[in-house]
Structure formats: structure tokens, C-alpha cells
Write a protein of this length. Sequence first.
Length: 284
Amino acid sequence: MKRLSLILLTNLLMFACGGTSTKPVANESSAAAAPKVGDTVVYKFSKQGYVEGKVEKIEGSRYEIKYGTSTNKVESIDVHALPKAGEKISVQAGDVVVARVRDNYWAGSIVKSVSPDVIEVEVIENGNAMSVPHEKAIKVSPASAAEFKKYASEVGFLKDAKARHPQAPAGYKPKPGERVVAEWTTNAWWPGEVISVSGQKVKMKWFASFPESELPLEKIMPYPMQGSATSLPKQGDFVLVKPADDRSQWPYAQVTGVSGQTADVKLADGKTRSIKSDEYIALN
């Protein structure tokens, strides 16, 4: 009887200490040991994703990692051992991971579905859907997941905004020497000055450090001047808003409210500001 009681007591102690726990751990073999100097790791590189690099030095919780010709200092929470072939990851739909989309680059992605062999993800930066084997995905820290979700919100906001375009007043044709706002690259609007106009082509010089450009007339918008607009946009409208200086891009924004002579707008990064009637270009 004493022997039976001892066995039962031992089993209870093992259970209380987690000796029989089967709780899954994401990238279990990677979690077994922290990366060492000389190891190839996957680490946070930008708000878009992670890259592979080699550990050169470790000081406390800080890793020095070489990527190409540059060395980056990264906190250990954002450094992951390179998963081994056949390694499994414990994730579910809605989780945030980095998925290996090309050589050395792991893009921030949202898990759509999971099977024993592959994980279906949507890449945040471009919306592409892809399937990756388990060892080509890594579940990131809660803090990094929150940052990726914020980035996903920015991407969605800009997708909606860039589906709309500014429209010049009927019959508008810029003149040499006129200050304008023009499309430098696709969906990126910058201020500049007209050099010359020939037919439907406009030669531009930019206030930012860009080379001179020749653009079609539809890519040129009149620069809003005081008194040039008589009304404010409506709540929900998307607009381009005047930046702090003429060497900066006109950012996309959405109107969140209108009061008196000003409108409140939200930018892609979530920041807010108020604009007047001569500080925006409408998007249709």
C-alpha cells in the first residue's frame, strides 16, 4: 500500500511540474538552442520582412549580424535560427509569420490555412498568395506581429487611396514657370516647376533631388494656392495633402471629419492632421 501511494505521489508531482506537457512550440527545433556566433539566422530587417545573415557577435541580448556588406544590431527576440528541413511550425489561420519568398528574404505574411505539408500565406507587402513548406515559415514575436499588422493596415489604406486619381480642372494647361504637383513615379505625387510645354507633354524640374522629367499632361495638377479652392472635401474622401515643405511627397490621406474651415484627415501610418481648403488635391 505504501509502494502504491509513493507511485501515485510521484506521478502527481510530475504532472504538476509539467513533465507530461505536450504543448506545441513554434519551430520547436529552432527554439531548442539560441543561435551562436557563426550561425546563419533569420532576423528583422525592415517593416516589410526579415533576411538571412550570419551572426558575428553576441553581447547580452544584442546580436551583430552580417547581411551582404552591412552589419546590423538586432535584439535577440527578433533573431531566429534557420529552420531545418522537415521542421514543423505550430500556427493557425490569422497568425503572423515571415515566409521565405526568395533567396535570403522572408516576407511578413498572414497565415490563411495550414496543412501537414504546407502553409498558405498572404504576403503583406503585395497581397500575393503562396504556399510554403513548414520549414520556410517562422512565427514572429507578439511585438513584431503587431508591427506587421500595423504595416498591413497601411498597405490596405494605400491600396484603397491609390485606386483613385486626381483630376485637373477642365481645360487646364500648365505654363512654363508654373508651380505644379506631378506624378514622379506611379502613384507618387511631388511638387515641381514646369520648364516647357509641347503639345500633350510637359517638361518638369522637381524641387526634390530628381532629374528633369517629361510627363504627359494628365500627370500634372495645378498647385493649390490660397483662395483657389472654395470648398473642403467630404468625410470619407481620399485626398493628397500638402506636405511640410516643397521637397517632400504629397501623402495620401482620408478625411475623417469636417468642421468650419478645416478638415481632419488620417494618413496611411495612422497619424492625423487638419487641412484647409488650399492644402489638398481631391482624388476621384
